[in-house]
Every structure is written in structure tokens, then in C-alpha cells.
Ligand binder design. Structure first.
Ligand SMILES: [Zn+2]
Length: 399
């Protein structure tokens, strides 16, 4: 079976790279996910999946302590959810990934068009190439190879392509709530063919400082919105240090000052400056505890600054590697690469936090994700497809 799966993946390598490149060419930023979703939808139907669309429920997400705060209305922005019903007698498996990508910054400094889907130097380049359109393409190719070589699954085979992984996780919550949960879940995030089982807690906050505006000649530095936000940032750095004190493995909980906007003129005091931040934290806190710590730190360090929360309310999570899924992925990887996969302690979060039961991330090798000239290594994309084909066949046939 392995030799046949390998041939099936090799035979469609060009199609796999082309599929990943076409996904990169769809600018699936927040709110514009449909072009990429249509490609996945069409491919799943061609493979014989029954496909439906699942729209997240904003009110439900807001009520849930781990739901994301939607940044945009859903209004037809949906996840693609496909299922092949098994003939019976085996375990179900859910393969999944996200099509949304983070914005491109300093496009003029990219050497490769961020939306070009360029294949060069053994890599696919562009925003989302690594995080995580190549992972979706590899998982689809793996399923196709499995169906061709092994045939119809005995257990239910589920495949979803979700939105909003990068801004709160409501896409994954929606497909799980719609019944797309299985005996095991595999997510094609770019892990460099390693196994990731954990994620840190993550919250986003929006800090706003305001003034009535004034001529620079009479400006009081103490009420400058920029100075107030400097004060807030210093307070949050101190909180970050506290959160990381005594943690094993260095500095898992990062504060990121991600976006700053405000002011219109060097000789005018800004009427408003806004700073958007991301804070990581550990399993000893619920997201609402982390929000309280953040609010308290800003109130003490920069009393005039207004704090509101948006996007992520992600709790820290840790899945078990020592279960049938972890053991199977590890043994398949070892068979293909001569040694078991490394595991990595992650300092980010993924949609895996919402999955109950065995769930791991395993996918290709990528670089510069969320940065300039993002890329994914094509050989690792092909390796991912073969590993997934093997995992699906063994999961389905060995129960
Ligand atoms: Zn991702």
C-alpha cells in the first residue's frame, strides 16, 4: 500500500503544487475568504465528499468564554465542510485547515509577489503559502491518493476548510458544532513535519488614547495620546515578564504590539491613537483572567487609556501525544523518514484548542509566516501528502 500511495502522490505532485499556488492567488484575507473556499469546495465534491457550508454564529461565539469576538459580520462567509460516510466498522477522522491569511505589509519589499503563487527554488512563495494553504492542498492530495489506492473509507472521513483561525477561531468552533468532529483530528498547520500538541493562551486588546487636540506650541506631554500609549506598552511589558517568570523553556508568552494608528500632523497633538496588541499566557489562566490582568496593568500604568477586547479569547491547551492518533502519525512518519517526528512546544495557538479528543498539527516546512516573503518547501508539502495518505489508510483499516 505504501508504494502505491507513494506513486499516487508522486503522479499528482504537479497538481498538488498547482492547487496550493491557486489557493495562494486567492487573497483570502479576513472577509474575503470565498475565492479560496470555492477551490476547496470544488475539489472535495470531485473527490466524492458531500459538501455543505457552515456559517459561524456570532451571538453564540460572543456568549462563549472561549469564542472569538467577530471582527466582521458573517453574512455568507462560511466554512467548507465535507464528509464521506464510511461503509462501517472503522473509526472516523477529521482533516482540517484554515484558508484565512494575515494581511500583507510593505508589499514593495517583497521579492516575490505575495499573491502571485510563484513556484521557484523548490518553494511556493506568497502570503498563506505556508500558513496554511499548502497544508490544505497536501491534505487534499493525501485523501485523493488514499481514495485511489485503498478505495472508499470504512470510517467517516471528514474534511473542513475553516475561516477566522487567524482572528479568533469561530470557523473551527462552527464546524465542530455542526457535527464535524471525529474520533481523531489532524490539522495541516506548517510544523516542519513535526508534531505539535499544545498552544498557549492568546488574547487581543485594543488600547485607545484620546485628547482634545492642540497646537504643538501649547501641548502638554503628559496628555499626549502617544505618551499614554507608551506608558501602557511599558506596563504590558512588565506584565509579560511576570507571566513568563519561572516558566520552563524560556519565554513562551509573548506580548506583541501589532498595529498602531493615529495622528495627522507633526505640529498637532493627535485626537486619537490606537494600539492593537496580542498577549500570550499560560494554562493557569482563563482568557477572562488574562483580560483582567491586562486591563489592570493598563489602568495602573496609563490611567487614561481605554481598553477593549477583540479577536482572540483563546485558552491554553495541551493534547496528548500518547494516544492512537499520535502513535499512528509518529509511526507513519518514521516509516517515511527513518525516525519518529520531533515534537515541538508551541508558543502560538491553533484551532486544535476547540477539539475534544485526539487532535494534532502536522504539516509542511514553511518560513517567514506572517512576515515578508512567506514560503513553503515543496518537498515537505509532498511528504505531508504522503504521510496523510498513509495515516488515513491505516487509521481507516486497522480499527
Ligand atoms: Zn495557521
Amino acid at each position: 500500500v505504501l508504494a502505491a500511495l507513494r506513486n499516487a502522490v508522486d503522479d499528482r505532485a504537479d497538481d498538488l503544487y498547482d492547487l496550493a499556488a491557486r489557493l495562494v492567488r486567492e487573497r483570502s484575507l479576513l472577509g474575503a475568504e470565498e475565492g479560496a473556499q470555492r477551490i476547496v469546495d470544488e475539489r472535495l465534491r470531485r473527490l466524492g465528499f458531500a459538501v455543505e457550508r457552515v456559517e459561524p454564529d456570532a451571538d453564540e461565539a460572543l456568549r462563549h468564554p472561549h469564542g472569538g469576538y467577530p471582527l466582521l459580520p458573517y453574512d455568507g462567509r462560511t466554512c467548507v465542510a465535507g464528509r464521506i460516510e464510511g461503509s462501517g466498522g472503522s473509526r472516523s477522522l477529521h482533516l482540517t485547515g484554515h484558508v484565512d491569511v494575515v494581511p500583507v505589509e510593505a508589499e514593495e519589499r517583497w521579492k516575490h509577489d505575495p499573491w502571485g503563487g510563484e513556484l521557484a527554488g523548490g518553494r511556493l512563495w506568497g502570503r498563506g503559502a505556508g500558513d496554511m494553504k499548502a497544508g490544505i492542498a497536501a491534505y487534499l492530495a493525501g485523501v485523493e491518493a488514499f481514495l485511489e489506492v485503498v478505495g472508499a473509507p470504512r470510517g467517516d472521513l471528514l474534511f473542513t476548510s475553516v475561516i477566522e483561525e487567524e482572528s479568533g477561531g469561530n470557523g473551527m468552533r462552527a464546524v465542530l458544532r455542526a457535527g464535524y468532529d471525529a474520533d481523531a483530528t489532524l490539522i495541516g498547520e506548517p510544523t516542519d513535519l513535526r508534531l505539535h500538541a499544545n498552544g498557549v493562551g492568546v488574547i487581543w486588546a485594543r488600547l485607545a488614547a484620546r485628547s482634545e487636540g492642540a497646537h504643538a506650541a501649547v501641548a502638554d506631554a503628559a496628555v499626549s495620546p502617544v505618551e499614554q500609549l507608551f506608558g501602557a506598552a511599558r506596563a504590558l511589558r512588565a506584565l509579560e515578564e511576570r507571566l513568563n517568570e519561572g516558566t520552563p523553556g524560556g519565554h513562551p508568552y509573548n506580548l506583541n504590539l501589532g498595529e498602531i494608528k493615529g495622528g495627522v500632523w507633526p505640529s498637532s497633538v493627535p485626537a486619537e491613537v490606537v494600539l492593537r496588541v496580542r498577549l500570550g499566557f499560560g494554562p493557569e489562566f482563563e482568557p477572562e483572567d488574562a483580560q483582567a490582568l491586562l486591563r489592570e496593568a493598563v489602568e495602573r500604568g496609563a490611567p487614561g487609556v481605554e481598553v477593549s477586547f477583540e479577536g482572540f479569547r483563546a485558552h491554553a491547551y495541551e493534547h496528548d501525544l500518547a494516544n492512537p492518533l499520535g502513535a499512528l502519525v509518529a509511526s507513519c512518519h518514521a516509516e517515511l523518514h527513518g525516525a519518529p517526528p520531533e515534537t515541538k512546544v508551541s508558543t502560538a495557538t491553533t484551532d486544535a484548542r476547540y477539539v475534544e479528543g485526539p487532535c494534532l498539527c502536522y504539516g509542511p516546512r514553511a518560513g517567514n509566516i506572517h512576515g515578508t516573503d512567506e514560503w513553503v518547501d515543496l518537498q515537505s508539502v509532498r511528504d505531508t501528502a504522503l504521510a496523510v495518505a498513509l495515516v488515513v489508510s491505516r487509521w481507516d483499516r486497522s480499527a
